[in-house]
Design a protein around this ligand. Structure first.
Ligand code: CO8
Length: 258
């Protein structure tokens, strides 16, 4: 039986997806992106799951798009088949929180995959780069768009134009990652964080994720309007009433994810 290139496992209310092409440093080919997308959508549809973790191996989260696969593609190949659009953007459809647990290389498309996640937890060995310029290519899976939004134009230009690599501490300082933890604790700490998040009310998590994402995608006035309606909608949620009454009653809330 051939080895599974994407491993999928539920740990309580957390769905864990592990990229598993260690020989190729988890280079992202169509099969990986198809399976990653399918796993994301399955967890997103699963009522028993409240948060999702994507991780790789100790040496590489992912070393980018599979260069061997795409080296001889023509313009028509990528245009007609909708390269990137066809299976790299599935993650944008996921409404539940997605956490990346990154150790080792997060290069090119691997860095872009981390940038597409909601929270990035980096092990101390994590290395982030968009080195496509070395190939005379372009960070085309959201890199030139999400990176400047995440870390600002000056740092993003430096990374994109010079292939500069950031270590975990630099990535933390610049806002590319959410937190840095010792490598040995990466999975446990990310799972603990995901478990904590998944214990909260799922519709509230989804509303907050949508509202924060709106901050990136609209002017402030529209973002504030979106947020206001998201807030009003909270009052239609049984969990919100339960959360507030539990606080007042000095007891632990029992969320039904409604
Ligand atoms: N694609 C295919 N194979 C890869 C990739 C990759 N991205 N990265 C590593 N591998 C393979 C190597 O070819 C090697 O295979 P083999 O053992 O058969 O020779 C194996 O993985 C191990 O790699 P190395 O021997 O190179 O390991 P090192 O520890 O010496 O180096 C590095 C690790 C620094 C990560 C190095 O492998 C490297 O530089 N990899 C390429 C990184 C890169 O350029 N990534 C960007 C790719 S392009 C991209 O992601 C664009 C996505 C956006 C949309 C697409 C537009 C281009």
């Amino acid at each position: 039986m051939s080895e599974q290139i994407v491993l999928v496992e539920a740990r309580g209310r957390v769905g864990v997806i592990t990229l598993n092409r260690p020989q190729q440093l988890n280079a992202l080919n169509d099969a990986v992106m198809d399976q990653l997308g399918a796993a994301l959508l399955a967890f997103d549809a699963d009522e028993g799951i409240g948060a999702i973790v994507i991780t790789g191996s100790a040496k590489a989260f992912a070393a980018g798009a599979d260069i061997e696969a795409m080296a001889d593609w023509s313009f028509m190949d990528v245009y007609q088949s909708g390269f990137i659009t066809r299976n790299w953007e599935t993650i944008r459809r996921v409404r539940k929180p997605v956490l990346a647990a990154v150790s080792g290389f997060a290069m090119g498309g691997g860095c872009e995959l981390a940038l597409a996640c909601d929270i990035v937890v980096a092990g101390e060995s994590a290395r982030f780069a968009l080195p496509e310029i070395r190939l005379a290519m372009l960070p085309g899976a959201g890199g030139t768009q999400r990176l400047p939004r995440a870390i600002g134009k000056a740092k993003a230009m430096d990374m994109c134009l010079s292939a500069r690599q950031l270590d975990a501490q630099e990535a933390d300082c610049y806002g590319l990652v959410s937190r840095v933890v010792p490598d040995a604790e990466l999975i446990d700490q990310t799972l603990a964080l995901a478990t904590q998040i998944a214990s909260f009310s799922l519709p509230a998590l989804m509303a907050i994720k949508a509202s924060v994402n709106r901050a990136w995608e609209s002017p402030l006035s529209e973002g504030i309007l979106f947020e206001r309606h998201a807030l009003y909608e909270r009052f239609a949620s049984a969990d919100a009433h339960e959360g507030m009454h539990a606080f007042l009653g000095k007891r632990t809330p029992s969320f039904q994810h409604r």
